[in-house]
Design a protein around this ligand. Structure first.
Ligand code: F0G
Length: 359
């Protein structure tokens, strides 16, 4: 059997930035591409889910982190820092541990999902809750990395985008070609930048035979309360239940616009009810449990379909970026916002048979 070696060693010949630096890896990547039967039926398209919650720390950030940490270790770095809405900090903390480095993370006050907070703490990161939002955290992290001997592992670190582009490679490797459309959530806009680069490299890097005959249209979706790219200006006080993408001034803004425009794609907003409806759709109809931010890709697909702007018959991949266990509280809410209560029952066969409709 082939042991999956993690994305650095699986795709090293396409990651020149890393040279032959020994990989800092937790076995990330090689994630499932799952056929979404109900979404396919509903939209008349062939819809697939790239399930990035299956990565070692439960999000796509691990692809970028293995690359950033490999480069940092090779350069002799001892301390890494990041700003994060939660997943980057969880990933940085885990990979810093694997590399034997110290990690500090800056997170916005009180808006981090519990699972992500727990991960950073469990892996021994120094967690600092900043009195501000993600954008404030990133600004101060960048200044710190300029002034002190500490490696910044946010997606402004070029190795991060390089690592994350491998998700596009995997999709083409599995499907045999690029899809027609690729949907994903947009926060700081690193991931849409990375996928676009990956798809372009597989279609046009001059290696023969080319791995893909085309590039997909890139469809990015921001939460309506945190949609600077859609609005065309930064949002000072971003708000959304999808805390992962609660970002008002994305670092890779220009690259996201470039991915949208050169792919003939779109970047739209999806509101919180649509995000939560897609979150519920994925768990209850497809069997895939994601965190709310991840559901923005599918919310966007459903919204575009409802608007009559999704041509049937196309092959669509939606990246679902993080695991549902990161932020499970949303599953315990009813559609109208109430709390789900478990049904209490006696230890009695007949009562249970009645309760589940067998008798
Ligand atoms: N989905 C999840 C689950 C995320 O955690 C993020 C970003 C995104 C989507 C958006 O990706 O920023 O590349 O556009 N999370 C970052 C963090 C900001 O700090 O964990 P993006």
């Amino acid at each position: 059997a082939h042991l999956w070696r993690g994305v650095v060693d699986e795709y090293r010949d396409r990651l020149p930035i890393l040279g032959d630096a020994p990989a800092v890896t937790l076995g990330e990547g090689g994630t499932p591409l799952v056929r979404a039967h109900k979404l396919s039926e509903h939209t008349g398209c062939e819809v697939w889910l790239k399930c990035e919650g299956v990565n070692p720390t439960g999000s796509f950030k691990d692809r970028g982190m293995t690359a950033a940490m490999t480069a940092a270790a090779a350069s002799g770095a001892k301390v890494v820092i990041c700003a994060s809405t939660g997943n980057t900090s969880a990933s940085a903390a885990a990979y810093a541990t694997a590399a034997g480095m110290t990690c500090a993370v800056l997170v916005p006050d009180g808006k981090i999902a519990m699972g992500k907070l727990a991960q950073a703490i469990a892996h021994g990161a120094q967690l600092l809750q900043v009195d501000g939002n993600f954008d404030d955290c990133l600004t101060v992290a960048r200044k710190l990395a300029d002034a002190y001997p500490v490696e910044l592992v946010n997606s402004v670190n070029p190795a991060r985008i390089e690592g994350q582009k491998t998700a596009a490679f995997e999709i083409v490797d599995v499907l045999g070609d690029a899809p027609d459309i690729h949907c994903l959530p947009v926060g700081n806009a690193g991931n849409i930048t990375a996928y676009w680069r990956g798809y372009q490299e597989y279609a046009t890097d001059g290696r023969l035979p080319a791995k893909a005959s085309k590039t997909p249209k890139m469809w990015g979706f921001q939460a309506a309360g945190a949609a600077p790219i859609v609005l065309g200006h930064p949002v000072d006080h971003p708000e959304t239940v999808a805390t992962a993408i609660r970002i008002g001034n994305p670092a890779s803004w220009q690259q996201a616009i470039e991915a949208r425009d050169s792919s003939g794609g779109r970047i739209d907003a999806v509101d919180d009810p649509a995000i939560l409806a897609a979150h519920r759709w994925l768990s209850s109809k497809e069997g895939v449990f994601v965190e709310p931010g991840s559901a923005a890709s599918v919310a966007g697909l459903l919204q575009t379909h409802a608007a009559g702007e999704l041509e049937p018959g196309q092959r669509v991949v939606c990246t679902v970026t993080g695991h549902g266990l990161k932020d499970p509280q949303w599953a315990l809410k009813t559609a109208d916002g109430g709390d789900v209560q478990p049904t209490r029952i006696q230890v009695d066969t007949v009562s249970i048979a009645n309760a589940i409709g067998l008798a």
